[in-house]
Design a protein around this ligand. Structure first.
Ligand SMILES: *Cc1c(COP(=O)(O)O)cnc(C)c1O
Length: 397
């Protein structure tokens, strides 16, 4: 065995095999409708692209400060003050190569072997491996569809032990789209402060909220809560900049300093050109964002209505992000293609084979009764995919 023990404990992504199959079908010329993508289907806005081109032409192409250029840190500090009414110093901020890199480095700088990290399920796929790669133990706490997949203060308290270091919250959530209210966060904060644990608040979908849903950060609950929170955010989703790789965090300066050490010995600074683009994004007009939100909102309503019209499927209306997470367990223990569909992976395989629709099984997010559909795709493709799904599911009924 050539692999380090560290890597041996990490399972390959449950979605990889299905994804490879979908790609192979496409390569054969089959028209696969993909609900799998986890990124906006919009181009990065022009004023952001222009800032990057300017950076290249002005020769801003060398190493920068490891934790981000002062101009970008200032733009991030302004953003926190403007959007979240939160005040930070530059030493409390670090910029990394995407939100995922931020999360990874927080775990490396903050989690000790044996520490427990509470992760409510359904969770974003990378949280458990990120904790494990730091030697920590993920403690998965299930939430209920009837509670809109939100962690209650009671179940949080039950999961806390003397080994608990922190909780990872993600609101709006990938995969469920659910978004905690101000009072729900206040109630969680009471438990968190009582037990003196920490929180990573992954707020990458902060701006992608719809209808009456209002975003609120747990760091806004109180100064005390703010001091125990790492607020993680990034440019990928809000500004359709997934490929640019810029994410950031605000939190305790000692840990931020530790993350700077890790970056100094591993990646060095995030891409200089992308940092200039990020300044333009954070300080620029949000007209583009409004148009993107309107498009997502229209798709959201349409998709959820159509999903709920399919017999046996139930889907909550998500308040944010760009995912739907319907309950499909009614289709388990049904025979298809000569075998029993026993879980979300089997159902996704059936729908890929029989309807050429690519989906992500809920098990990848720690909840097997569900599947995830991304609506970062046009309305006509959403309808085409749902027509096919509906027909294929009817044959199972
Ligand atoms: C997309 C995503 C991220 C981070 O994405 P980056 O491209 O690495 O910035 C973080 N958390 C969640 C829940 C996401 O869906």
């Amino acid at each position: 065995m050539l692999l380090s023990e560290r890597i041996r404990g990490i399972k390959p992504s449950a979605t990889l095999a299905l994804n490879a199959k979908a790609l192979a079908m496409r390569a054969e010329g089959i028209d696969v409708v993909s609900f799998g993508v986890g990124e906006p289907d919009f181009d990065t806005p022009e004023h952001i692209r222009d800032a990057a081109i300017r950076a290249i032409e002005e020769g801003f192409t060398r190493y920068t400060a490891v934790g981000g250029i002062p101009e970008l840190k200032d733009a991030i500090i302004e953003k926190f003050r403007r959007d979240n009414d939160l005040a930070y110093e530059p030493e409390e901020i670090i910029v990394s190569c995407g939100g995922k890199h931020v999360l990874y480095n927080i775990a490396q700088a903050f989690v000790n072997p044996g520490d427990e990290v509470i992760i409510p399920a359904p969770y974003w796929v990378s949280y458990p491996p990120i904790v494990m790669l730091a030697g920590g133990s993920p403690v998965i706490v299930s939430t209920a569809e009837a509670d809109d997949f939100k962690l209650s203060p009671e179940s949080l308290e039950k999961a806390i032990t003397p080994l608990t270091k922190m909780l990872i919250l993600n609101s709006p959530s990938n995969p469920t789209g659910s978004c905690y209210t101000e009072s729900e966060l206040g109630a969680l904060a009471e438990v968190i402060l009582k037990h003196d644990i920490w929180v990573i608040s992954d707020e990458i979908y902060e701006k992608l909220v719809f209808g009456d849903t209002r975003f609120w950060s747990i760091a806004q609950v109180s100064d005390e809560m703010k001091s125990k929170t790492f607020v993680v955010n990034g440019l990928s989703k809000t500004y359709a900049m997934t490929g640019w790789r810029i994410g950031y965090v605000a939190g305790a300066r000692e840990v931020i300093g530790g993350m700077g050490k890790i970056q100094g010995q591993s990646t060095s600074n995030p891409n200089s050109i992308a940092q200039k683009a990020a300044v333009a994004a954070l300080r620029g007009s949000e007209d583009f964002l409004q148009a993107m939100i309107e498009a997502f909102d229209e798709r959201r309503k349409h998709l959820i209505e159509r999903l709920n019209a399919i017999s046996g499927i139930h889907c909550n209306l998500p308040g944010g992000a760009f995912y739907a997470f319907p309950n499909v367990s009614r289709y388990f223990n049904v025979k298809a293609d000569g075998k029993i569909i026993k879980d979300s992976t089997d159902l996704c395989e059936y729908l890929l084979n029989q309807a050429s629709v690519a989906l992500v099984p809920g098990i990848a997010f720690g909840d097997d009764g569900f599947i995830r559909l991304s609506y970062a795709t046009g309305l006509d493709r959403i309808d085409e995919g749902l027509d096919r799904m509906e027909a294929a599911l009817k044959r199972l009924a």
